[in-house]
Design a protein around this ligand. Structure first.
Ligand code: GSH
Length: 223
């Protein structure tokens, strides 16, 4: 299998965690932001990564969107399952995954790029890095006002996810799409001191999920 990705994307991390959890061998192709459109648009009709290409006869050519990649991987190889067998718990996991994907992953992006352009500029002050950060800020409309809304959404997320502190998994008694989505989509916050200090339990969980999935730790958490 081939995963088309941006190396730094938290949505691509989400797909890699699922592949790693299922121990499915894959290779990655890192696309260049900006030029990625020319490869992705004809292939999927969309412009976003991750895109998974199974490269097997009888399988789809390309699967775009991390949530659809989860669903595909579950049918491709059920064991170990990403979905929960208890229907009520599975509904809860689906809801959490969708909310994390559609709302919280975006909020993380806003807060992260705002930090990288301001207080966290010293992480990489190079012209090329700051240029990319500024393109992303313009592309997504990242302004002080939208960042403030995103920060509020993240505070709500920490309340919603706080049960994770006292239990190994967000839903049920095994790892699910909810844990993987949370671990990936909140991982960029590991570079922001405020979140590290306020929510140490979150980063312990992110490390644990990465270890279970055999995925290298995100920046800020790696040795
Ligand atoms: N909901 C999508 C979101 C993916 C996404 O936003 N990917 C970003 C990178 S983090 C992207 O490809 N942006 C480039 C673009 O929109 O052209 C998913 O889960 O796959």
């Amino acid at each position: 299998m081939l995963l088309l990705q941006f190396s730094t994307s938290h949505y691509c991390r989400k797909a890699r965690l699922a592949l790693g959890y299922k121990k499915i061998p894959y290779q990655v192709e890192n696309l260049t932001p900006g030029l990625h459109i020319f490869k992705l648009k004809p292939l999927t009709g969309l412009t976003t990564v991750p895109v998974l290409m199974p490269q097997k006869i009888g399988q789809p050519e390309a699967i775009a969107d991390s949530t659809r990649i989860f669903n595909y991987l579950e049918t491709y190889q059920n064991d170990p399952p990403l979905m929960l067998s208890n229907p009520t718990q599975q509904t809860q996991a689906l809801l959490l995954e969708d909310w994390l994907d559609e709302s919280i992953g975006t909020a993380t992006r806003f807060v992260y790029y705002h930090y990288r352009a301001g207080e966290g500029k010293s992480i990489d002050p190079s012209l090329s890095s700051q240029l990319v950060i500024n393109i992303v800020r313009r592309q997504y409309g990242i302004t002080p006002a939208t960042v403030e809304l995103a920060q509020k959404r993240l505070e709500t997320a920490m309340t919603v996810l706080s049960d994770w502190k006292n239990q190994p998994y967000l839903v049920g008694d095994r790892l699910s799409i909810a844990d993987i989505a949370a671990a990936a989509l909140l991982s960029p916050l590991a570079l922001i001191p405020y979140y590290r200090q306020a929510y140490p339990w979150l980063f312990e969980k992110i490390v644990t999920i990465h270890n279970i999935c055999g995925e290298p730790l995100p920046p800020g958490l790696s040795a």
